[in-house]
Design a protein around this ligand. Structure first.
Ligand code: FA5
Length: 326
């Protein structure tokens, strides 16, 4: 019995097995207990011999079990420590940092340039009413200029703004006739244009508006030239072409010279039409102003040599990641 129990204890793999063995040999119904219980049927001479032997075995088994228990506990602790060990020599998992979208990047640059020239950044709404998008800008309902900007209407009076120019009127109204007004406003605009390499049905404009006493076309020229030199580099050539917008008079389109592409149009501008000033509560006899509206994608395309406007909207990470270090 002792031999059998000893070898069983020695080969127990875990604490559960050991506990079972303890019950099997030493428990109330255990084999050794059975021997001790059976003592009554022995002769008086045999009793002390067998009793002594049984107690001796019991003592041995108990200490064997205790030893084994300690060994198993230690082993269990060791495995746990091994499992929970943090290997500080393993290389870390690098966190992938995102990057600022190129359009936001260029908007920030443009904002910085104009803020440096004393402009404030204003905001407007993308869902606009017909009055601000057209009417207040001297484009009545039947005006052919409405065809220049084919629109997404939500109701007959509400549409997605086709340009950022409604912010001109909203800003003037909010200023309630006070000057100076000197704001830019970046934002999304929407047109029913067919998408191609240079046109998108949703794109970004930055509007600019200056109203004060004695504002002139030459100031417009100066502000735009200094903006263009800051964004495209000193010595960049700019030209103004006569154009037409119902809300400016005279109106111009502004091109810059690109060494490979030649003259490229980047914005529309002009002196604020007296009727626009008047409608917004400014006396055109007293105040004059200029305004401009630039296509942000076109500027980013020229600056970063991007060949297709759709790159800005497809969110291909290979494209976006190139602007991480800009
Ligand atoms: C306007 O939207 C006028 N509101 C600009 C303006 C403001 C004139 C203030 C005078 C005073 P235009 O439709 O030309 O004008 O658009 C301005 C610029 O937006 C263009 O020069 C071009 O750079 C860009 N643009 C126009 N249509 C698209 C399009 N579908 N996709 C991408 N860019 C466009």
């Amino acid at each position: 019995l002792q031999e059998e129990a000893s070898s069983a204890i020695a080969s127990a793999d875990d604490l559960d097995q050991l506990r079972e063995l303890k019950v099997k040999y030493l428990g109330k119904k255990g084999e050794l207990t059975a021997v001790l219980r059976g003592m009554g049927s022995l002769s008086p001479e045999e009793r002390p011999v067998i009793g002594g032997l049984a107690n001796e075995i019991r003592g041995k088994l108990e200490s064997l079990i205790a030893e084994k228990e300690e060994a198993l506990e230690e082993a269990a602790l060791e495995t746990r420590l091994q499992e929970e060990k943090i290997d500080i020599t393993l290389p870390g998992v690098p966190r992938v940092a995102g990057s600022i979208h190129p359009l936001n990047l260029i908007i920030e640059q443009i904002e910085d340039i104009f803020v440096g020239m004393g402009f404030e950044v204003a905001e407007g709404t993308e869902v606009e009413v017909d009055y601000y998008n057209f009417e207040a800008l001297n484009i009545p309902k039947d005006h052919p200029a409405r065809d220049m900007q084919d629109s997404f209407y939500i109701t007959p009076e509400i549409l997605l703004r086709t340009h950022t120019s409604p912010v001109q009127v909203r800003t003037l109204e909010a200023k309630e006739g006070y000057v100076p007004v000197r704001i830019i406003c970046p934002g999304k605009v929407y047109r029913r244009d067919d998408d191609d390499a240079t046109h998108s049905h949703q794109f970004t404009q930055i509007e600019g508006l200056v109203v004060d006493r004695g504002v002139s076309m030459s100031e417009l020229n100066g502000v735009l030239l200094s903006f263009i030199e800051k964004i495209f580099g000193e010595g960049t050539e700019m030209r103004l072409r006569p154009s037409y917008f119902p809300f400016t008079e005279p109106s111009v389109e502004v091109d810059i010279y690109h060494p490979e592409k030649g003259w490229v149009e980047i914005l529309g501008a002009g002196m604020v039409h007296p009727r626009v000033l008047e409608k917004a509560g400014y006396n055109p006899e007293r105040y004059t102003g200029f305004a401009f509206g630039m296509g942000v994608e076109r500027i980013a395309m020229l600056k970063y040599d991007i060949d297709d406007i759709r790159h800005f909207y497809n969110n291909d990470l290979r494209f976006l990641r190139q602007f991480r270090s800009v």
